[in-house]
Design a protein. Structure first.
Length: 327
C-alpha cells in the first residue's frame, strides 16, 4: 500500500512501548408468528449487502498515554466509512506475523456508548497476542436498523482487506459484543451463510431478540426492561412490530437467520438480569437445528454486560473459549 493510501486510511496512530502492568421466549414466539414468513418457510433472505464506502479525509483523534498501552503495541484509529461514528481502534504489532483477530462491539441500548469504554478489554486481548479491532458504529439516533449491522460488516471487511497493515490473519477471527453490541455480534454471526474467516461469536448479555425485549418491557415495573423496549422501537426506526414494520423486526431477530454456515456462539448472562438467558436459548435452539454449536453460560445474580464480564472467572472463561476457536 502506498504512503498516501495509508495516510487516508489511518486517522491517528499512536505507538506504545510500556510495560503491561454495560426478556420470555414463549411470548416472543407467539408475537413472532405475526411476522411475515420467509420464502419456503425458512429464514428471511439475508440481504443488505455491505456498501462500498470511500475513505474519508484524515481527522485528529485523541491518543492514549503510552503508560496505558501494551508493550510494543501500536494503536491506530481507522475510518471504515464517511460518518464520524464509522471508526475503529486497531491494536496491533509492527511485524510480519499474522495474528488472530478479536473484534469488540460496545453496548449502550443501540443509542449511546463508545469504543473508549472497551479500552480495558482491548488491552487485555492485545496482551494475549491478538490483533484487536475496537469498533464504533452509527447509533439508532444516526440511522435505523440495519445500519448498525452494515457498519460492523464494513469494519470487518476493511480489516480483512488491509490485514497486512496490522499483522492480522483475515481468516482467523472472532467477534465479541456486549449487550446491544452482543445483538450486533450475533447478527453478524448469522449473516447470510457465515462470514469468511469468522471462527466464533461471543455475546455478553446479548440482546439476541429485540422482539423478546419489546414483549418483556410491556406492563413491567422493571425500568431497564421498559428502557430496552423503547430502545428496540427506536432501533426499528420508531415503529412497533405489527403492520408495516413487521419485516424490520424480523430482520432484527437473530434466531430468524440461523443457517448451517454460521459461526459457533458463546453467550453469557446473569440468571436474573434484565436481558435473561432466554434470549440466547432461542438462538441456541435454532442453531442446533442446523448443526451449529451454541454454549449458554449462566452466572448468578443480576449483573449485566461489562459488570458481568468483570465477575470472577467470567473473562477467563470467555478467553479460554476464544483460544479454542482461534487455533
Amino acid at each position: 500500500m502506498s504512503a498516501l493510501a495509508l495516510a487516508t486510511l489511518v486517522l491517528a496512530p499512536s505507538a506504545a512501548h510500556a510495560s503491561p502492568d454495560a426478556p420470555g421466549a414463549s411470548a416472543a414466539g407467539a408475537a413472532r408468528a405475526a411476522l411475515p414468513a420467509s420464502p419456503g418457510g425458512g429464514s428471511t433472505p439475508k440481504a443488505d449487502p455491505t456498501p462500498s464506502t470511500p475513505p474519508p479525509s484524515p481527522s485528529p483523534s485523541p491518543t492514549e498515554s503510552p503508560d496505558d498501552l501494551v508493550m510494543g503495541t501500536i494503536v491506530d484509529t481507522v475510518a471504515y466509512g464517511r460518518h464520524s461514528r464509522q471508526r475503529m481502534d486497531v491494536w496491533h504489532q509492527a511485524d510480519d506475523l499474522r495474528r488472530p483477530g478479536v473484534f469488540l462491539i460496545h453496548g449502550g441500548w443501540w443509542s449511546s456508548g463508545d469504543k473508549k469504554y472497551m479500552t480495558e478489554v482491548s488491552r487485555s486481548y492485545a496482551e494475549l497476542g491478538y490483533t484487536v479491532f475496537n469498533i464504533n458504529y452509527r447509533l439508532s439516533g444516526d440511522a435505523a436498523w440495519p445500519a448498525q449491522r452494515i457498519d460492523v460488516l464494513d469494519a470487518i471487511a476493511t480489516a480483512r482487506r488491509h490485514s497486512a497493515l496490522w499483522s492480522f490473519d483475515p481468516n482467523n477471527y472472532v467477534v465479541v459484543g456486549f449487550s446491544a453490541g452482543g445483538h450486533l455480534a450475533t447478527a453478524v454471526g448469522t449473516y447470510k451463510n457465515g462470514l469468511p474467516g469468522l471462527k466464533g461469536v461471543v455475546g455478553i448479555s446479548p440482546v439476541v431478540s429485540p422482539l423478546t425485549a419489546y414483549i418483556d418491557g410491556d406492563k413491567t415495573l422493571d425500568a431497564n426492561k421498559r428502557k430496552l423496549r423503547a430502545a428496540a422501537i427506536r432501533l426499528a426506526g420508531g415503529c412497533e412490530p405489527a403492520g408495516r414494520c413487521a419485516r424490520i423486526w424480523q430482520s432484527m431477530e437473530v434466531p430468524e437467520h440461523a443457517s448451517r454456515g454460521d459461526a459457533p456462539v458463546l453467550s453469557v448472562h446473569s440468571a436474573n438480569e434484565f436481558v435473561p438467558p432466554s434470549h440466547s436459548v432461542q438462538l441456541r435452539d435454532r442453531l442446533r437445528q442446523v448443526g451449529v454449536k451454541v454454549t449458554v453460560l449462566t452466572e448468578p445474580g443480576v449483573n449485566h454486560s461489562s459488570p458481568l464480564y468483570r465477575m470472577p472467572g467470567v473473562a477467563e472463561k470467555v478467553q479460554e473459549w476464544i483460544a479454542g476457536r482461534l487455533l
